[in-house]
Design a protein around this ligand. Structure first.
Ligand code: TYM
Length: 332
């Protein structure tokens, strides 16, 4: 079977709606037909300061959330990045193939380091995309389901695989990004031309899956909409309305055209109320399911242990081949 792989950082107490609609929802679908690898990149998380105790908790809660939204440990290999040391080892080899200028051009690094100041930003933030490339290339992956903001990192990953293969002989599969354009960028409810993100100035435009459903429904009802009054899908002129249509469509399964037809002659108010209801129905049962999993850490740790074992078996094969290709003497 073809292989799919993706990761989500444990940097928040809850996934947000952008994470879910842009990426994790696709993971759940893809696990049916692919050999799936889904992991928690805790090593990426420490590229910005983390409280160790909170990081450990969030790592488990992230796994619990994956299970709660339908990632199935019987179908997918679920693991924590730091449990697979071969990834860090491969990162070194790839680092030596990455241009300094090439890494400097990564927009996420530029944004994050500008925010923190270059002196506060760690070198880990700079080499973050190379670690991500190793995450993927270690597993000889076909598809990587992500949101739009990861596209540039995927391009770098492909470039590094091709470069390695050209220089040393074929060892690494060149992966494809799997980006569902409709849902690849969910926007902030208060600022619908910016992506929904936990690092926005206020959290009024951010839907956390584990927040009180009433609070989330209220955030949707208070979403910024646009001038005019007709519900239509138009990213340019009606970004707020288009975002709500996207969210409602994704969660209800009703196509955007059908939704637009449904709201003909009705105002934005109705669109908001319905979208809020659909969202509340989705997030309502989630918290309870997540709590059930987090109350059983031994169960989660068991999943992670077998996940790491399976993941290491594959990553160590890739590492052995790449070490050999670059000319490292095999240990006897
Ligand atoms: P992270 O943890 O920031 O986000 C997880 C996934 O959510 C997507 N996403 C969005 N999609 C649509 N609209 C949004 N507003 C939105 N915000 C976030 C992200 O694109 C991502 O798919 N570097 C990665 C984690 C990672 C990874 C990997 C992913 C590490 N190694 C290897 C794939 C393969 C990240 O920080 O995602």
């Amino acid at each position: 079977a073809k292989r799919v792989l993706s990761g989500i950082q444990p940097t928040s107490d809850s996934f947000h709606l952008g994470n879910y609609l842009g990426a994790v929802r696709q993971w759940v679908e893809l696990q049916e037909d692919f050999d799936a690898f889904y992991f928690i990149p805790d090593m990426h998380a420490i590229t910005v300061p983390q409280d160790p105790k909170v990081l450990r908790e969030r790592t488990r809660v992230a796994v619990a959330q994956l299970l709660a939204v339908g990632v199935d440990p019987a179908r997918a290999t679920i693991y924590v990045q730091s449990h697979v040391p071969e990834i860090a080892q491969l990162t070194w080899v790839l680092s030596c193939l990455t241009g300094f200028g090439e890494a400097s051009r990564m927009t996420q690094f530029k944004d994050k380091s500008a925010k923190q100041g270059v002196d506060a930003a760690g070198v880990g933030l700079f080499t973050y995309p190379i670690l991500m490339a190793a995450d993927i290339l270690a597993f000889q992956v076909d598809l990587v389901p992500v949101g739009e903001d990861q596209r540039q990192h995927l391009e770098l990953t492909r470039d590094l695989a091709q470069r390695f293969n050209k220089r040393f002989g074929k060892a690494l599969k060149v992966p494809e990004a799997f980006i569902v354009s409709e849902f690849a960028k969910i926007y902030d409810l208060q600022n619908p031309t910016a992506k929904m993100s936990k690092s926005a100035d206020t959290d009024k435009g951010l839907i956390n899956l584990l927040d009180d459903p009433k609070r989330s429904a209220k955030k949707i009802r208070s979403a910024v909409t646009d001038t005019g009054s007709e519900v239509g899908f138009d990213r340019e002129n009606k970004p707020g309305v288009s975002n709500l249509l996207t969210i409602q469509s994704a969660l209800s399964g009703v196509g955007i055209d059908d939704l637009v037809a449904k709201y003909e002659g009705k105002g934005y108010g109705e669109l908001k109320v319905d979208t809020a209801d659909v969202l509340a129905d989705f997030v309502g049962p989630l918290r309870g399911r997540v709590t059930e999993y987090t109350e059983d850490p031994a169960y989660l740790d068991g999943i992670l242990a077998s996940g790491a074992e399976r993941a290491r078996a594959i990553a160590s094969d890739t590492l052995r081949i790449t070490y050999d290709k670059v000319g490292f003497l095999a240990p006897k």
